[in-house]
Design a protein around this ligand. Structure first.
Ligand SMILES: [Zn+2]
Ligand SMILES: [Zn+2]
Ligand SMILES: [Zn+2]
Length: 249
């Protein structure tokens, strides 16, 4: 549970999660023994199953990574398809891994005070869900990169809200109660933004009207990003037109 003191420290450390890096090794073995594993059933596969090795390799990759923007590369390298081909082919194993990563994110947040591991795990879990939707179920036309980007640079309100929604226990309730009144914020989708990590209130952001999937801090940033966004915008807009309201939020 987050104490008031801890919240103050977090406020001071605001923004650090996005930068970086050194945290003490997270022990998966220790976590499996804790009283609450936040909805993740680690006994579904035996401890020496590749699924557990996949998660360990991913956590190690996060720990070696120096920058939040490199964590997908690092995690993918650690758990590349040729190492675990049968896992990547099996949506149920991937779901189980994604659930583990959400729980690790929760544990990192409320028990270990490890913001970097928390956002890395949450974002990689989201990426796995998108991979399942896109590659296995064909229910998404592409990876929703703006959402991944938002999660990687998420503020406390967003990251706690994201994780809380995905766990059955009440471990994040008190933390959520402390941040839920804060305004929802996003970060600019333009790669050329002069203040790329600045959080902006959603109500003040410029959204791409065609796809509603990308948000910017200014009209200038939106215009500057169009050459990059154009391709994915077309994919999402066409998909939106075809799928109507059946798309996931
Ligand atoms: Zn819990
Ligand atoms: Zn911008
Ligand atoms: Zn668009």
């Amino acid at each position: 549970m987050a104490s008031r003191k801890k919240t103050k420290r977090r406020k001071k450390a605001k923004g650090k999660a996005a930068k970086a890096a050194a945290f003490k090794p997270f022990s998966l073995t220790q976590f499996k023994k804790s009283t609450c594993t936040h909805g993740w059933d680690h006994t579904e596969y035996s401890d020496n199953h590749d699924c557990h090795k996949f998660i360990e390799a991913t956590i190690e990759a996060f720990e070696r990574t120096k920058s939040i923007s490199d964590i997908f590369d690092a995690a993918e390298k650690a758990a590349l398809e040729h190492k675990y081909p049968e896992i990547w082919k099996d949506p149920s194993k991937l779901e189980w891994i994604a659930s583990a990563l959400v729980s690790i994110g929760v544990e990192a947040y409320c028990c270990e005070d490890e913001d970097f591991l928390c956002v890395s795990s949450a974002a990689f879990s989201e990426w796995i869900h998108q991979y399942i939707a896109h590659d296995h179920h064909k229910s998404m036309p592409s990876v929703y990169s703006a959402r991944l980007h938002e999660l990687l640079y998420a503020d406390e309100r967003r990251i706690i809200g994201y994780l809380k929604k995905r766990i059955p226990c009440s471990c994040l309730n008190s933390s959520y109660n402390m941040v839920k009144h804060l305004p929802k914020k996003g970060i600019c989708g333009s790669l050329g933004c002069s203040r790329p990590e600045r959080k902006v209130e959603l109500s003040e952001m410029w959204s791409c009207e065609a796809c509603r999937r990308e948000h910017y801090c200014s009209e200038e940033c939106q215009a500057a990003d169009w050459s990059r966004h154009r391709g994915e915008c077309k994919v999402w807009s066409e998909w939106k037109a075809n799928c109507g309201s059946s798309q996931p939020s």
